[in-house]
Design a protein around this ligand. Sequence first.
Ligand code: SF4
Ligand code: SF4
Length: 370
Amino acid sequence: MQYINYGTTDLVVSRFGLGCMRFPKEQQEAIDMVRYALDHGVNYLDTAYIYNNSEVTLGKALKDGYRNKSVIVAKNPIWDVRKYDDFEKYLDEELKRLEVDYIDIYLLHSLGAENFDKVIQFDGFTFLDKMVEKGKIRHTGFSFHGTNELFKKVVDSYPFEMAQIQLNILDEFQQAGLDGLKYAYQKKMATVIMEPLRGGHIVNNYPEEVDYLIKNYKEKRSLVEWAFRWLYNLKEASVIISGTNNLTQLKENISIFSDAKSDVMSEEDLLLIKAIRTEFEKKNVINCTGCKYCMPCPYGVDIPEIFKLYNSVSVMKSHFIDRLVYRDTILHAGNGADKCVECGICKIHCPQSIDIPEELKKAHQALVKK
Ligand code: SF4
Ligand code: SF4
């Protein structure tokens, strides 16, 4: 495992961070996975108030001396904050779930324009200062889904020690983007990458043209490895988090990160990545990461699953299975796009700014086509 100094803090962290958002359903399996990661050099654990039961599971995994090997990153659910005291109420709940006295790095979760306004309105910066003083948190940061312009505004608004952004081979110019990453790095902040495989979309059902590109390249690596390599090649990216959900995947990731040094890619390698991106851009119809922030839909529409199928239908040549799943599972259970009444609630929560009701109409048409 490769390690890196974490911005201006005194922490030294593994370049691979275990994302705890997509833990396996079986708690013991998740606990074993966390401990395997910690035993094999990963010390960075990323969780959040809204990741279902993740904090409770993590708390159990960190018993028996494992807490001492770990750096815990947790996040405050800003969208649920209605007054100043709510910030601390949620933090206290997280400390209880995790069964720890303090959190190493505490983030304001998913800052976009609306959540950032809330932080200002309810004095979130005073909250962070006070929690550091009280010793409930050690370091401060924020995670982000918004425009590049807003990202810079947030970075400049408070002496945050870290910023967590979405970045991957397809998102160089989206959201904070590579430019945002460099901006935060210049300010000496630690920078953490989430969605390195864009919710698995980059490596599941990728276009056959991409397959051709990687198979015919002089260096033989899997697409997962190229996607991670492009990120750890960036000296500005401190940690790359991946939401691993089984041990096999975790072992593969740890192996990839055993050699995760910056500046290892040649000009030719970077051209390969550019060619891969171009192939994706030709095929993809929707930019959904599967984060589920739009869920639940009050009318039962399974938005992320429908978009996953929609993208798959547009990327893959074999459309049959996707349409079968849509018809026999999603529509059958009453969770299809046909149930959407265009109330717009989901749209407010989408970090990718997808016009969900409009895209659902298109997805439905594509998925019911014979
Ligand atoms: S716009 Fe449609 S999908 Fe979104 S919450 Fe309303 S009914 Fe559900
Ligand atoms: S539609 Fe938006 S909020 Fe919903 S899963 Fe996709 S990216 Fe996330």
